[in-house]
Design a protein around this ligand. Structure first.
Ligand SMILES: Nc1nc2c(c(=O)[nH]1)N[C@H]1C(S)=C(S)[C@@H](COP(=O)(O)O)O[C@H]1N2
Ligand SMILES: [Mo]
Length: 260
């Protein structure tokens, strides 16, 4: 190849790259570094932002995860003494009370729906998975906030343990003992700070804060931080859950997307 035409090719590919980056930015920001040799397809194609689940291949995970903002993580010295126990503090549910009496040894987390290999995990199994610890601020829509340190298994790892999700998957629905349930999209599922927390401030998650397992989905406000988790389902539609808006709180007029 002659020098001139090489330059031309370089010039053209630069332009293309810049155009791609502009386009990617407009579509919610794929972070492309200088080392990228290939561009991932922008996530917004068919069904809007919620339809991009794909299977959780390495490529689609990277795409969904790239450029997602992390919330601020605090120093442990900033932990709030006496973190509130808000709303439900001990679900009045026969099965829950039985599991609690048995120190949650018989508690299991079924992961089902549009996964390749449905599983049911014990607390011990969850604790043996790679964990993440983060000290973050919880902001309740009812006017209080507090900082705590949470330890848990990334939700993404749990779905991977279930063999990954199927192409039609768009949301996950989580049921809780005591009647609460909430839905989340795949951007929240793959977010690095989205964890199923069994630990709080270095101890087992206390009863009132959702024992034995609660969600931390840090970009959302309080009511999305589901406590007393019972089961996880991967679904293509939120129809058929409650009033069909994708969560108990949105069924009652709160925003489904409670994040920043
Ligand atoms: N299952 C369940 N999850 C829940 C709630 C609840 O009552 N039941 N309350 C929500 C609200 S509004 C807030 S602010 C937080 C409170 O968490 P805390 O009790 O650990 O402070 O949990 C959220 N998740
Ligand atoms: Mo809340």
């Amino acid at each position: 190849m002659k020098k001139k035409s090489r330059n031309k090719v370089a010039e053209q590919s630069k332009l293309t790259r810049r155009q791609l980056m502009t386009r990617a930015g407009a579509l919610g920001g794929l972070l492309l570094t200088g080392c990228d040799t290939q561009f991932y397809k922008p996530p917004v194609v068919r069904d809007g932002l919620m339809g991009v689940a794909d299977t959780l291949t390495m490529a689609s995970q990277r795409m969904l995860m790239s450029n997602q903002q992390l919330v601020q993580e605090h120093d442990v010295s900033e932990i709030t003494p006496n973190f509130p126990v808000w709303n439900q503090s001990d679900p009045d549910d026969e099965e829950y009370q039985r599991l609690k009496a048995g120190n949650y040894e018989e508690w299991r987390l079924p992961v089902s729906g549009l996964v390749n290999n449905p599983i049911s995990l014990s607390l011990e199994e969850l604790k043996r998975m790679p964990s993440r610890t983060q000290t973050t601020m919880h902001i309740c829509e009812q006017g209080w906030s507090a900082i705590a340190q949470w330890t848990g298994a990334p939700l993404l790892s749990v779905l991977q343990a279930a063999g990954g999700i199927q192409p039609e998957a768009k949301y996950i629905m989580i049921d809780a003992y005591g009647g609460w349930y909430e839905g989340y999209d795949m951007f929240d599922v793959v977010h690095p700070q989205t964890i199923l927390a069994y630990g709080m401030n270095g101890k087992d998650l206390p009863l009132g804060n959702g024992a034995p397992l609660r969600l931390r989905v840090e970009r959302h406000c309080g009511y999305k931080q589901l406590k007393f988790i019972k089961s996880i389902q991967v679904v293509s539609s939120v129809e058929g859950f409650g009033r069909g808006t994708g969560g108990l709180n949105s069924d009652f007029g709160f925003h489904w997307y409670a994040g920043a």
